[in-house]
Design a binder for this molecule. Structure first.
Ligand code: UDX
Length: 431
């Protein structure tokens, strides 16, 4: 979606195709099908100006009327963690059939996250079989992963740190590089041109390292909690000043969620295990991430004892701020465990409540604001670092809660201020 709007906003003619009729209808009315800052205005404008339109299941038309296709279908996890390539297979078949009817050169670019070998060994043979043409002379093929973060996905599209182009042959790579050069003009980021498989691995390696950084700092946070006076925030700030380490992705919290890190770490592990090289390091990264959210329950019990019948206020449902996405959100195991222990849960999130209702139905209560959520609560757990929650003062909690106990799962509150006014417990803060 962000790539489509990005190109359309710069005057390219973009035709999108999806099988989801509801999504297509929204897009064609200029309404983003999910919450993403800065997308709405440009989507509206580009649709109105005719630079972007979305078709329902018309890959053929999209391919015939354009020069290059970005394939961005989902690659979900299978139960064993490996990736499910069924949507890649279907879309490759559709693109191949369209290429069969096409007389001019067209480049297919795989943008979906796929394990090394997928573009070469799965996509290319399907495209060749269906098109009855030869990859290289007849059509081009590239693999170009994206590194967008939800919540800033549009900004990340327009200003990326790097471009990775895995190419089947030089002509395919040149065509895609020229497109990116034209798109980014003077702000063109460093571009890495490489093989299809290396490009595929770059995405997994990047996401796995970021997940590793998070699990690492969470481990340090867990040590800090056992050391009176220690604070993981100070440790992370000091570590981050070392240029070799860098300050980003060292925010300790309740673990990572979302549609990428959990899925990609699992997929790389399954892929590598299959190669005969099980990734012990990522095993540990995953393990830390599994237990980290349960710290919230541990803190809760330390403060309240038995949770049966206790009112717990949950601030934040989305897996991170500025999105309504709850895929693999750390709040899910937390709420499930609270319910298991007999607690009454009331939750609030600025945008994710409609999504949360599909996850928890009526097992929990939904508040209309953060303040409303805190009413009569025995304990509040801050789960998502929304700006709105950062503005809450100690009085907002003390005046409304039955007993003011706050668990800061994302370290957004100043312990010096909050611990003076209430029972304040935070990830990575030695008591
Ligand atoms: C990630 C990658 O950053 C992006 O490059 C890739 O294309 C897709 O996956 P995204 O999942 O949207 O993006 O969000 P990100 O900001 O990376 O956060 C992922 C999770 O890690 C969130 O749950 C977030 O709360 C958590 N996180 C992030 C931390 O716990 N600490 C941090 O320091 C950073």
């Amino acid at each position: 979606m962000c790539t489509a709007v990005g190109f359309a906003s710069k005057g390219y003619n973009v035709i999108a195709s999806t099988h989801d009729a509801e999504k297509a209808a929204k897009i064609n009315q200029g309404i983003p099908p999910f919450h993403e800052p800065n997308l709405q205005n440009l989507l509206e404008k580009t649709v109105q100006n005719g630079y972007l339109k979305c078709l329902i299941d018309q890959t053929e038309k999209a391919v015939l009327e354009t020069d290059l296709t970005f394939n961005a279908v989902g690659t979900p996890s299978r139960p064993d963690g490996s990736i499910d390539l069924q949507f890649i297979e279907t879309s490759s078949r559709d693109m191949g059939k369209a290429l069969h009817k096409k007389s001019t050169y067209h480049v297919v670019v795989i943008k979906s996250t796929v394990v090394p070998g997928t573009t070469q060994d799965l996509v290319k043979p399907i495209l060749e079989k269906e098109s009855k043409k030869k990859c290289g002379p007849d059509f081009g093929l590239c693999m170009s992963p994206e590194f967008l973060r939800q919540g800033s996905a549009f900004e990340d599209t327009m200003h990326t740190d790097r471009i990775v182009i895995g190419e089947y042959d030089k002509k395919s790579g040149d065509t895609l590089e020229n497109l990116y050069k034209d798109f980014y003009a003077k702000n063109a980021p460093p571009t890495i041109r490489t093989t299809l498989s290396t490009a595929e691995l770059i995405k997994y390696a990047s996401n796995s390292l970021l997940a590793t950084k998070i699990s690492f700092i969470n481990t340090i946070a867990n040590i800090c909690e056992k050391i009176p006076g220690a604070d993981v925030k100070t440790v992370a700030t000091a570590m981050g000043l070392d240029k070799r380490i860098g300050p980003l992705f060292l925010n300790a919290g309740l673990g990572y969620g979302g549609s990428c890190f959990p899925k990609d770490v699992k997929a790389l592990m399954a892929y590598s295990k299959n190669l005969g090289y099980p990734l012990k390091l990522l095993d540990a990264v995953e393990d830390v991430n599994k237990t980290q959210p349960l710290k919230a329950i541990q803190f809760c019990k330390e403060q309240l004892g038995n949770l049966e019948g206790k009112r717990i206020a949950i601030l934040g449902l989305a897996f991170k701020a500025d999105t309504d996405d709850m895929r693999e959100a750390r709040v899910i195991p937390i709420i499930n465990q609270l319910l298991e222990e007999g607690a009454n849960v009331t939750a609030y999130d600025p945008v994710a409540i409609p999504v949360a209702k599909t996850v928890f139905q009526n097992k929990i209560q939904y508040a209309t604001s953060a303040i409303d959520c805190l009413k009569n609560a025995d304990c509040a757990i801050l789960i998502t670092e929304w700006e709105e929650f950062k503005k809450l003062t100690p009085e907002d909690f003390t005046m409304r809660m039955k007993q003011p106990v706050l668990i800061d799962g994302r370290r957004i509150y100043d312990p010096k201020i909050f611990s003076r006014k209430m029972k304040f417990v935070a990830i990575g803060l030695g008591q």
